[in-house]
Design a protein around this ligand. Sequence first.
Ligand SMILES: NC(=O)c1ccc[n+]([C@@H]2O[C@H](COP(=O)([O-])OP(=O)(O)OC[C@H]3O[C@@H](n4cnc5c(N)ncnc54)[C@H](O)[C@@H]3O)[C@@H](O)[C@H]2O)c1
Length: 250
Amino acid sequence: MRALVTGGRGGIGRAVVERLSGRGYHVVVADAAALPTSADPSTSHLQVDLTEADEVRDAVVTAAGDEGLHCLVNCAGISPKRNGAAPQIPEIDTDEWDRVFAVNVRACFLTLRESWPLLVEHDGASVVNVVSAVARLAAAGPPGTQFGLVHPAGAHYTASKAALANLTWSAARALGPRGVRCNGVAPGYINSGMRNATDPEVEQAIVRQLPLGRPGTSDEVAAVIDFLVSPEAAYLTGEIIDVDGGWNPD
Ligand SMILES: NC(=O)c1ccc[n+]([C@@H]2O[C@H](COP(=O)([O-])OP(=O)(O)OC[C@H]3O[C@@H](n4cnc5c(N)ncnc54)[C@H](O)[C@@H]3O)[C@@H](O)[C@H]2O)c1
């Protein structure tokens, strides 16, 4: 079985690669990061800008090889900050807005579109999109304000993750009749790459809101992704599961 994991060099992505390798997949990582030196035979690495349609097409063909594709996990994402906090709308220039949507939404559309004919070849294949708890929230307010749940994401990031959630539901409807499931996870505040850029004061305010009292780990997110691609989740599609320590109350 072969799986394509985008953003597989990042914090959550690495944990996903480990879980899927453990499940017996040959995992192909597509990430913008430089290729690693270590050679784990259960994993291949491609250096790809996922916002470029041609590069995504080539990556999907390589990922499938002769065996086809059984699993796609869209984990690549970006969340630009200003000094560790969310940029406010007037501070976001057009290029930054477009870049966030290109990585967080268009890249997922491209991998989905290119993988589609390969995934439908395998009954039981599945897709998982890494959305975010903030897909259901407004962007963070101006510094010094605390409206609703505190988080460090700007309006481009929250809007892009809302779009990705919607894409997940649409794909689930279209793929379901072809025997392929499409789900998402909505991580809250996770101890991984994106968290490292957060202002310590914002972080303390976030952690105070978490019923479980601590940030999550990449592996705690990967464990839910692992479940969603597994046969145990055979009757789940179009679901976006919160992995947020109780942050979002509903
Ligand atoms: N860490 C959190 O608290 C958190 C919370 C909610 C959602 N998420 C989501 O989880 C996912 C992973 O987050 P993370 O914390 O592991 O981040 P990370 O920064 O560690 O990893 C992101 C990866 O995406 C890759 N990437 C970015 N742009 C790319 C491009 N154009 N082409 C190819 N690869 C590209 C990066 O190289 C990196 O390896 C993201 O989609 C993020 O939005 C994270």
